[in-house]
Design a protein around this ligand. Sequence first.
Ligand code: PEP
Ligand code: MG
Length: 548
Amino acid sequence: MTILQGTGVVPGIGTGPAVRPTPRPTVPDDEPEVSAEEGAERFKAAAEVVAQRLEQRGSNASGPAAEILLATATLARDRGLVGLVSAQLGSGSGLASATVAAVEQLSDMFRSAGGLMAERVTDLYDVRDRVIAELTGQAEPGIPMPEVPSVLCADDLAPADTAGLDPAVISAIATSLGGVTSHTTIISRQLGIPCVVGCAGLDDVEVGTDLLVDGSTGEVVLDPDPQMAKERQDAAEAAAEAARSWTGPGSTSDRHAVDILANVQDGPGAQRAAETNVQGVGLFRTELCFLSSDTEPTVEQQAAIYREVLDAMGERKVVIRTLDAGSDKPLTFATLPDEPNPALGMRGMRLGLRDEGLMDRQLDAIAEAAKDSKGDVWVMAPMVATEGEAVWFAARARERGLTPGVMIEVPAAALLADRILKHVDFVSIGTNDLSQYALAADRMSADLSHLTDPWQPALLALVGQVARAGRDAGKPVGVCGEAAADPLLGCVLAGLGVTSLSAASTAAPAVGTSLATHTLAECEKAAEAALAATDPRAAREAATAALG
Ligand code: PEP
Ligand code: MG
């Protein structure tokens, strides 16, 4: 048996023959020349067909999957793209070649904008390939529909493809690129499909090869031994069954309480979370409600959206995060357009400091929604870097009767968490950004995903330091980054002293189950072992060994 190693991001076992996405269409060598007007019309018609197909698939999906499909459909209808295509025509160029050149021009613009715009280059290439296939009568690129459950292998998946995946036919996903925060990970987690990303050697695996993907260990096993496959599947099924029957509240087996919470981005997401036994919402990403708003929503509009989440959670706690706009999540009405380095620029609470009205109106809306809530409503600010910023935010929240906290995502805030905790009632560690800033590695970069791996001992050391500050101050310290979605890492974080774990609601019950099977002392031993490891893989192994 050959075993390839990647990063396991969605636990579970999937087996079956390897399938790969249908390759990109080719651009014919002998394309006839077309006029700019005729070419623009034909391009628009093909792009419309593509957009409608994506919308159709979007209407069969839900949550982030639906949003990704609809956003890609909008990209297919981009008027700027039609203009660029027609500018390429009229000089002897065929339509498919003009499409390639125009998309390249637009991609360059997206890349230089950075952040989420740069991320959308993958979507743009996906649109290009679908349009060229439509224009030239070739098979639509993308995911095949296999007759038996199969393992989908790819370098990285186009968001539109990942979003349309059917868990009944795709038993697991393995990619050679991608990291813990990539689209592939987020969507597979939402769909509950076992997934391994960043798997070296996967590109050489031939279609039809029998595979076993272990989303916990990150292994992709070629031609797996049937006995071993059965044992792993039985163990995974037992773990899934245990997660389904987890009733909460979160605690270790010796009753040390660690709240298990959900990350949500809207009312429907909160309703899905409420169907599980999570104790509340640990992170409501409000900026995701407004990604397509050109203007700032009014206080009433905002309050109505926040109320949906609070209503769905009833008496349970909800931590609402103020807008984390900027960088990978630009909002037209809030962010600066041309920052050279947006991840280090005006994002999160910095936009509120620059435009106090923006923060005040959002806090007014949250206070308004909170009035009718039966649960605990906490509010926290993202991207806080200094004690002074925490003071500023806490005063504004308290003026409105809200319970203030801040996110710890910037190493400076982690280092001075004891001082920050003097001013706020809780902190929540955003491990996605904290690892990006502590390891100086872009969280969107597939090439650097080994650095942004949440098992990095340096990240764990920062978490431990913040947790100690929380314990000394007698105040809660949560984790709400993707780290909290990993059942094994959840035990390590509890061992470091974290008091709540907030993850996608599909992942949270498995984290609660894992925690409930270990004592606090075992979690502390695992934390100590992971902290002492030299790299993420060694940290995982050390924690696994410590937890038995
Ligand atoms: C984080 O940074 O870990 C976090 C939870 O915030 P976001 O992923 O929304 O930046
Ligand atoms: Mg963050």
